[in-house]
Design a protein around this ligand. Structure first.
Ligand SMILES: Nc1nc2c(ncn2[C@@H]2O[C@H](COP(=O)(O)OP(=O)(O)OP(=O)(O)O)[C@@H](O)[C@H]2O)c(=O)[nH]1
Length: 415
């Protein structure tokens, strides 16, 4: 669902930039050019997810709009042309999401990141570990402003218990000096279970010991923040680490996904299928491994064009997801797909595959002005003790036979 963003700004040029940024991130943007307009909007029924607030407005030159907005529980990012330390301190003394000096175009790039993460942070868990309640509460409050789901622990053992049960946790912020298990031991324990691509660990300490920062990083943490810290620095570092995790996840997904159909690719399938076959063998589950290929696909491309061919591949993947929900699916390349499915017995698996074959043969796929019919041939192998590669070869032999026999049919590999 789209979220409302309130943009408080009296410069038309800046309004237009922030509006574009907000809309590019899917926000519905409402603009107020004065404090009077802000007050009016705050009386309305619109619920604002966040606000960007210009510090100086014609009728509120000293940041009065900030308090109005924050007092309505709306998280606000303050944008200001004033660079003096007094203004900065005054703004940061209030519970704002962040403060951005409008120095150059980088300020707007930074705003875009904040607005993106303000929404994307929902659902990301961060665990705060500190034996001091005051310190815990302070960090908890800072993280909540950024919409993270915050968990707290008083020490290392409790932290490990929470991590075990909450799989949304992507970051742990830990104090270093704690009784029983300290931050360094905790970091070590976390790294035995999660690598740096999976969870970020940040150490925090107010101790004078200058070796702490290097020590915790050498023990597996990603960063160190010295207390007392200013919220600005805290937010910059947190955002950077969350972005790193997100980028790694994106790269991993891209490496394992077929760009056209969004199905797992060959590499991802092998990994998934190997562990599925192990568990089928242990539990004596009946399964079928099917290779599927679109018939005369070259002719489809030649007749309707490559785009129509792409559309058919996407539609076929969509239908596969509908028919084989919960099974391992993949596009192996070209017009070739793989399905690994379990069932009560071979007959039931065969019928499931045949229902799919029939649905594809019956469906008309609309592309531009054309209604296109395609059929698929399938080769399937049932439970086997051979390696996955060999099983796939045998399914491929069966697929070849299905093509030879006239296509639009399923052939079972005769073991
Ligand atoms: N549109 C589109 N076509 C693709 C893609 N990948 C492979 N192809 C086409 O798929 C066709 C496969 O042709 P062939 O291997 O001759 O097989 P076929 O025409 O389907 O014939 P049979 O498999 O024997 O029924 C070729 O024309 C490829 O260009 C793709 O990503 N998009």
């Amino acid at each position: 669902m789209s979220k409302n963003l309130l943009v408080v700004e009296d410069s038309k040029a800046i309004v237009s930039i922030i509006k574009k940024i907000g809309e590019s991130l899917g926000y519905i943007v409402t603009v107020a050019v004065s404090h009077a307009e802000v007050k009016k909007l705050l009386q309305s029924k619109t619920e604002f997810f966040a606000a960007t607030i210009d510090y100086a407005l014609p009728d509120a030159e000293n940041g009065e709009a900030i308090e109005s907005i924050l007092s309505h529980g709306i998280p606000g990012v303050v944008m200001t042309g004033r660079m003096d330390d007094e203004t900065r301190q005054k703004i940061l003394a209030q519970p704002v999401i962040d403060y951005i000096p409008k120095e150059n175009s980088q300020a707007f790039m930074y705003l875009k990141r904040i607005l993106y993460w303000q929404s994307a942070n929902i659902g990301i868990g961060v665990l705060v570990v500190d034996d001091s309640r005051t310190a815990r509460n302070h960090i908890h409050e800072l993280l909540q402003r950024r919409n993270f789901t915050v968990y707290v622990a008083e020490g290392g053992e409790q932290a490990l218990e929470i991590i075990k049960h909450q799989n949304d946790i992507k970051m742990v912020i830990t104090d270093l000096e704690m009784p029983n298990m300290d931050g360094i031991e905790l970091t070590n324990e976390i790294r035995k279970r999660y690598n740096r691509d999976q969870m970020s660990v940040i150490g925090i300490s107010g101790a004078d010991n200058v070796n702490y920062s290097a020590r915790i990083i050498k023990n597996g943490a990603d960063d160190f923040i010295r207390k007392p810290f200013c919220p600005e620095e805290f937010y910059c570092r947190i955002t950077q680490h969350i972005e790193n995790l997100h980028n790694i996840e994106r790269i991993r997904k891209a490496a394992n996904t077929d760009y056209l159909t969004d199905l797992p690719n060959r590499r991802a399938f092998f990994k998934e299928a190997k562990s599925a076959l192990e568990s089928y063998a242990q539990q004596k589950t009946v399964y079928g491994l099917a290779m599927l290929d679109i018939d005369y696909f070259k002719k489809v491309n030649d007749t309707y064009g490559h785009e129509a061919g792409d559309h058919i591949l996407k539609m076929l993947a969509h239908e596969m997801r509908n028919h084989f929900n919960g099974c391992s699916l993949a596009r192996f390349g070209g017009e070739e797909f793989v399905i690994l499915l379990s069932g009560a017995d071979q007959g039931q698996i065969y019928n499931q595959l045949d229902a799919f074959r029939e649905a594809i043969a019956t469906d008309e796929i609309n592309h531009e002005a054309h209604q296109i019919n395609v059929t698929v041939s399938v080769g399937v192998i049932f439970n086997s003790v051979l390696s996955i590669e060999e099983q796939l070869n045998q399914a491929d032999v069966a697929l070849y036979n299905a093509k030879e026999n006239g296509r639009n049919q399923i052939v079972i590999y005769d073991q």
